[in-house]
Write a protein that binds this ligand. Structure first.
Ligand code: AMP
Length: 186
């Protein structure tokens, strides 16, 4: 099983992606987590990505595509995975199609979770007070939501045209939302 999770910041995309990976016994690949790990190691990728992440902007497509091309070619990806936060732009989605073609793999479903903007801002500012994430402050949160609407939301139509889209309401208890996703996949 190969899945993609799309959703605005704060919608619970990461939490849901992890639950679904556990259910299906597949790998959880979050590009946000991978980039934060690179930053904590002060690697070249981390140094290049940090200034974009701290401003709430997207890291350039080329960096993401190079990084994910290497990652998806690794052995542990053979049995399936959930892509959490990638692709995030149309060029990334097109690049991913090429990567998968070369691997003779395809995506089974794209889970798009969404919720009301005001609810998302409230959740994120609250998360920022607990997570210590440098990009969960209210200014950066608004910027990230704006980036999502402009650059990532067009993927909904992209995947809808490919008949892969599962739209999920992100309001409610965590377990309820997980069940909605599982129902949509069955
Ligand atoms: P996330 O943990 O998914 O919210 O990602 C945190 C930040 O990492 C984003 O605001 C971006 O700056 C960066 N990032 C993560 N995934 C991508 C991606 N696919 N393309 C560009 N930037 C990304």
């Amino acid at each position: 099983m190969r899945l993609i999770f799309i959703g605005p910041p704060g919608v619970g995309k990461g939490t849901q992606a992890k639950q679904i990976c556990d259910q299906f016994g597949i790998l959880h690949l979050s590009t946000g987590d991978i980039l934060r790990e690179e930053i904590s190691q002060n690697s070249l990728i981390g140094q290049a990505a940090k200034r974009f992440i701290d401003k709430g902007e997207l890291v350039p497509d080329k960096l993401l595509l190079d990084m994910m091309s290497i990652r998806l070619n690794q052995k542990d990806c053979k049995n399936g995975y959930c892509l959490d936060g990638f692709p995030r732009t149309i060029p990334q989605a097109e690049g991913l199609e090429l990567i998968l073609q070369n691997l003779q793999q395809s995506i089974d479903a794209v889970i798009s979770i969404d919720a009301d903007e005001k609810e998302l801002i409230q959740r994120l500012v609250l998360r920022g007070q607990n997570s210590g994430r440098t990009d969960d402050t209210s200014d950066v949160v608004k910027q990230r939501l704006d980036v999502y609407r402009k650059q990532t939301a067009p993927l909904i139509e992209f995947y809808s045209k490919r008949n892969l889209l599962h739209s999920i309401d992100g309001l409610g208890e965590i377990s309820e939302i997980t069940q909605r996703i599982l129902n949509s996949l069955s």
